[in-house]
Structure formats: C-alpha cells, structure tokens
Design a protein around this ligand. Structure first.
Ligand code: UGA
Length: 447
C-alpha cells in the first residue's frame, strides 16, 4: 500500500527477488503511469527496473487501492507517508486510514500478515492493530515491523544490498512468513536481524537520529576549524579512520535536510517527551542543525560583499543546486529553501540551476530566475553559490566559467571545488570548515 519512495522501491525489490507483487495506491493517476512503465518518482535505475518486472518477469502489477482487493493477499506492506505534524510529532493519519481500509477488507477466515514499513514511533503497531480490529473484530492477522533504510538517490541499490534487514515480530507464524519473504536475500549473504516489534520500530528512528548526530557534530566542529585554520575534511577523515567512529556521514555541509532526518529527529524527541524521557542530545542536534544553516546566511552574504569591495557588483549570483542532496529531485526541507529567501531579503538577485529539481523548485520558490543550464546560470553573474553536491558541479571547468563571470567569487557549502585549481585561477573562495581563499586581486585592493 503506497507507491512513494518506500512503497515503490520495496515492491520492485520484492519482485526482483522473485515474489509476485501488487503495488496499490489510492491515486488513479499514479497507477496508470506505473502500469505504463512510467516512474512516479525520480530515482536512478528505476525506469529500467519497473519495465523489467512489468514486461519481462511480470512479477509486478499496479492497482487502485480499495477494500475489495485486501483479501486477495497473504502479506500486506503498509508504505504510506508519515509526515511531520505541526507540533513535531509524526502525523499518522494516512497510516490510520490504511489500517482501517485493511480492517474492512480482511477475510476473517484467512490469516494475513500486515507489515509496517512506514517510519513510525515505537508502539505504533498497537495502533495499527487497534484500527484493524475496530473495523473487523474477528480478523485473523499479525502486525509486524520491517523498517526501511534506503536513501534517496541510491534507493534501489540500498534495498538490494542492505546492511541488514530488520524485522520485528511477536508471533512465530508471522516471523516464519517474514523469514520466507527475505530468504532469497539471506541466501545471497545479507543479514536478517530479528527483534521484538517495539525494538524494530525504534531501530529505524535510532539509525536516522544517530546519523543526524554525526553530521551535526562535524558541522559544529567546522566552525572551530574556520577560526583555527584546521581543515574539516582532513579532521573528518582523521577521525573516520577509527573503525569505532567510521568515515561515513561525516561530510561537513550546510546541515542535514530532506524528508527524513529533520522529521525523524523531531518525532523521536516528541515521542520521548510524551513518554517522560528527557532527550537533551537529540534536542541539541535539532537546534545545532538549525543554527548551523542560519549561521551560513551572514557568512555567505559577507563573503560575497567583502570580495566585491571596490568592484561594483549588482549582487546577482548563480545558485547551483536546489535539491536537499545530489541524486534526487526532492527539495523537502532542503537548505536552498532557507538560504535563498534570506539572500533575497539581503538584496541579492538569484538565478538558480539544478540538474533534477527544477520542476519541484518552480512550484514553491518565488522571486528567483531559473536557468536551463549550468552555463546559462553562471553567465555574467557576480559569483556562484553551491548548495548541492551534484557530480556535474564538482566537474565544472572553472577556467571557462571565470571568463563568463563578472566577479570570481565562489561560496561552496558542499566543499566540492578543487581548492588548488581555484587558487591558481585567482578566485575568492569560501568553503565550510576551512580557511577561505581571497583572490590576489582582492588582496592587492585591500592593502
Ligand atoms: C536517510 C537515511 O540515510 C536512510 O538510511 C533512511 O532510510 C532514510 O533517511 C529514510 O528514513 O527514509 P535520505 O534522507 O534519503 O536517507 O538522505 P541521506 O543521504 O541520509 O542525507 C540526509 C541529509 O544529510 C542530506 O541533506 C545530506 O546532504 C546530509 N548529509 C549526509 C550531510 O550533510 N553529510 C553527510 O555526510 C551525509
């Protein structure tokens, strides 16, 4: 149930390991597109995989979700969205609707496993169970938890090559069925880790909040690097070589964004408070991430303005990257949504370019220009601000770009530009957690 990121990738992944899968959604439009082999989300490799299982293996089909179809299936995965509510808690409205629909459709003479894959607070399986039973008191079913750890941009790879498959079951019957489902992956050597349901539910939140903590730690340290002259990327590598720390998720940047980390840190904090548990560390992560993004606004403004001193600039800059990270068209909670409006308030004019997120950005971003290409974005501008680490931005030929820019100033909030090359080309360059480079020309003028 649900053909968003988690639902669609799970359905295709299960089809890929040999199961017959129906992916159902309440949106007619999505179902029609998917049945015609057209992906409804942007994800590397998705179209090929979709068409393979629609037309070659025929392991997948797409249907409109109704109560009538529920009883046809042995196992139902709930993969609906659990967005953030106004108070930071997890909004379980869609999950409730899904559980009620399942309850209405279940055949009481047939045992069914209801798998919750949506990200939910611990103990939510009890709520799912309650919702089903209120509709169908005699229904024969178990609810299990099977959280998902895929990342946007590498979702198919992550599903097919999991670090671990987590399942939480309270009965041997449901556990056996879940083990059978993932048996083809276990045979390939992937680890299936089985716990009770509440622990499985908490593992999902704990993983996302821990990763958010790593990112936030390195971002906080980046400020110390800037004032001392240390280099945050070298520091991150230096600590990451210790296997107890690990090198992943220590890339300094403009703060975490996206549809998961901001929402899940808030939701875990909210849930813990409801349970009477104090979460000082998690609360600090949320607040440090937010203040880190805010601190980059005056830094960006000042770096541009200081490096334009003595040279007239119209404050018209190119912004490269709008999505919350590379490899996705998703702009939910992207830093671009916080930094761009603040720069507009400071009198900047902005022309933005993103290889994938333009359509989504155009729906919500006002008062900026959108360029059709990287070249068009930078042409004639007073500087460049990099917000997303798209590979095409790391490969920019700055010698060529230098010829078209009015002022050679770069603010790189993803640390993807080659500092040595930039220095030789006399750019003024700011990146996170490093000493900035002031161009030779500027240094002369400042004397
Ligand atoms: C995240 C988790 O990584 C997945 O394991 C999880 O399944 C998913 O949430 C989810 O709950 O559905 P995702 O939100 O797609 O995946 O993106 P990440 O790659 O984790 O990046 C999140 C944010 O952290 C981005 O803004 C990214 O730019 C930032 N980040 C990541 C850093 O700033 N530094 C890093 O080293 C890594």
């Amino acid at each position: 149930m649900g053909t968003g990121y988690v639902g669609l990738i799970t359905a295709l992944g299960l089809a890929d390991i040999g199961h017959k899968v129906t992916a159902a959604d309440i949106s007619d439009e999505k179902i029609e597109k998917l049945n015609n082999g057209i992906p409804v989300i942007y994800e590397e490799g998705l179209e090929e995989m979709l068409q393979k299982h629609l037309y070659q293996t025929k392991n997948i089909n797409f249907r409109l979700m109704t109560t009538e179809i529920v009883s046809e299936y042995d196992v139902i995965f709930i993969c609906v969205g659990t967005p953030q509510a106004y108070d930071g808690s997890s909004n379980l409205r869609y999950l409730d609707d899904a559980a009620k629909m399942i309850g209405q459709g279940l055949d009481e003479n047939k045992y069914t496993v209801i798998v919750n894959k949506s990200t939910v607070p611990p103990k939510t399986h009890l709520r799912v169970k309650r919702n089903i039973l209120t509709q169908n008191p005699k229904a024969s079913f178990d609810v299990v938890s099977n959280p998902e750890f895929l990342k946007e941009g590498t979702a198919i790879h992550d599903f097919m090559n999991p670090d671990r498959i987590v399942i939480g079951c309270n009965t041997s019957q449901s556990s056996q069925i879940m083990n059978d489902i993932y048996q083809p992956m276990v045979e390939q050597g992937f680890k299936l880790y089985e716990t009770d349901i509440i622990s499985a539910e908490l593992i999902k939140y704990a993983a996302n909040v821990f990763l958010s903590t790593k990112i936030t730690f390195i971002n906080e340290l980046s400020h110390l690097c800037e004032v001392t002259g240390a280099d945050i990327d070298l520091v991150a590598q230096g600590i990451g070589l210790d296997p107890r720390i690990g090198e992943k998720f220590l890339k300094a940047g403009p703060g975490y964004g996206g549809s998961c980390f901001p929402k899940d840190t808030q939701a875990l904090s909210y849930f813990a408070k409801q349970q009477g548990v104090v979460t000082n560390l998690i609360d600090a992560v949320i607040s440090v991430n937010s203040s880190h993004v805010l601190s980059l606004i005056p830094k960006t403004r000042d770096f541009f303005e200081n490096n334009w001193q003595g040279k007239s600039a119209k404050k018209h800059i190119a912004v490269l990257g709008l999505s919350f990270k590379a490899g996705t068209d998703d702009i939910r909670d992207a830093v671009s949504l916080r930094i761009i409006p603040a720069l507009l308030d400071e009198g900047f004019e902005i022309t933005a370019y993103d290889p994938a997120a333009m359509e989504n950005a155009k729906k919500v971003m006002e008062n900026i220009n959108f360029a059709d290409s990287l070249q068009e974005a930078v042409d004639g501008k007073d500087g460049v601000l990099i917000l997303t680490e798209w590979p095409e931005f790391s490969q920019i030929n700055w010698e060529e770009v230098a010829k078209t820019l009015k002022h050679k100033v770069i603010v790189d909030l993803r640390n993807i530009v080659d500092r040595k090359k930039i220095k030789k080309l006399d750019f003024s360059y700011y990146s996170i957690g490093k000493s900035s480079i002031q161009s030779i020309e500027d240094r002369k003028e400042n004397k």
